[in-house]
Design a protein around this ligand. Structure first.
Ligand code: MTE
Length: 324
């Protein structure tokens, strides 16, 4: 993300990042002829955010011949290495490659999520109860970041609607507001003023209830690694990645549009809706194309990230240039 408080030079462009990685890989190969181990260990220090999270039992893998629901994109999946080492998670670092090592020891013991506000049955869920609320499913989603890169991620989780049904939203509830943990001891960059903490996000209630909207608890059949938002995060595949708030502790049903982090940081650049839209440029760059991580060259960005058939009706009659 580019925020007004960050200069462009502080943010790694995806092309530069991956060229640098290729350069580093090439360097490792060359060095291996002479002094293998030392070079590798220096570039990949122990505790560098390797993925050692446990496997999730009983993941349901529905495999329809065609997938009108949009649950399982046929695109080639991004490698686990890239998904877990190219991260936006400002609570740990604004440098994508540094998030994994800095978040490696993030402790989620005793995690609770409060679901509150305009609901009949407010409840503070222990993580285990939240995980058991609905069977975990694998959803293969295309993800598109507002910065212009994309990935294809086999998430594990269940539709947020299952949780909303459990707490029974009241008639007056029109939006859902989400909040990340606020704990500078466990999330060290919260001591710095790069963003206003905690990170907050929001959806309209009908968006939140759409079956594609996922409460994710894992990826690649494993529990969610810290750098991707352990232990529980939001995934909304037709919206820019910043809507996918990580490490959620609070979900509130509210009557009016909630404040969202990037929209309040830079309202001209990041809207509340943040629907992927190749026809509406970011004020400082085009959104017409994207770089799929792991591929060379750029590919066209699709309207609603390719989920138009499933979600287009949610925005019928809305001016998507104003509501960006
Ligand atoms: N959630 C929190 N709490 N903090 C963040 O900095 N970054 C967002 C989103 N969720 C962010 C967050 C952005 S900008 C993106 S693109 C996605 O997380 C990245 O998710 P990933 O690292 O799992 O790919």
């Amino acid at each position: 993300m580019l925020a007004k408080k960050l200069s462009a030079s502080e943010v790694t462009d995806p092309a530069l990042y991956f060229n640098r990685r290729n350069f580093i890989r090439a360097g490792i190969l060359a060095a291996s002829a002479v002094a293998t181990g030392a070079v590798y260990r220096r570039l990949n220090p122990a505790g560098g955010g390797e993925v050692n999270t446990p496997l999730i039992q009983g993941v349901t893998v529905p495999a329809p011949a065609t997938d009108p629901s949009g649950f399982r994109a046929a695109d080639r999946q991004t490698s686990l290495q890239d998904i877990t080492h190219y991260n936006n998670f400002y609570e740990f670092s604004t440098d994508k490659a540094s998030v994994a090592p800095l978040a490696a020891n993030f402790n989620t013991t005793g995690w609770r999520v409060s679901v509150e506000g305009l609901v009949k049955m407010p409840r503070v869920f222990e993580l285990d109860d939240l995980l058991k609320l609905s069977p975990p499913e694998e959803r293969i989603y295309r993800m598109r970041c507002v910065e212009g890169w994309s990935m294809v991620i086999p998430w594990v989780g269940y539709s947020l609607s299952k949780l909303l049904d459990a707490v029974e939203p009241l008639e007056e509830a029109k939006y859902v507001a989400f909040e990340t943990l606020l704990d500078p001891k466990r999330m060290p960059e919260q001591s710095a003023g790069v963003l206003q903490w905690p990170y907050v996000e929001g959806l309209r209630l009908d968006e939140a209830r759409h079956p594609l909207t996922l409460l994710a608890t894992g990826l690649y059949g494993r529990a969610l690694p810290p750098q991707d938002g352990a232990p529980i995060r939001l995934v909304v595949p037709w919206k820019y990645g910043f809507k996918g708030i990580k490490s959620i502790v609070k979900i509130s049903l509210v009557a009016s549009q909630p404040r969202t982090t990037w929209n309040s940081e830079a309202p001209r650049e990041y809207g509340f809706y943040a629907n992927v839209n190749p026809h509406v440029d970011h004020p400082r760059w085009s959104q017409a194309t994207e770089q799929r991580i792991g591929e060379f060259g750029r590919r066209p960005t699709l309207m609603f990230n390719g989920y138009e058939e499933q979600v287009g009706h949610l925005y019928a009659g809305m001016d998507l240039r104003t509501n960006f």
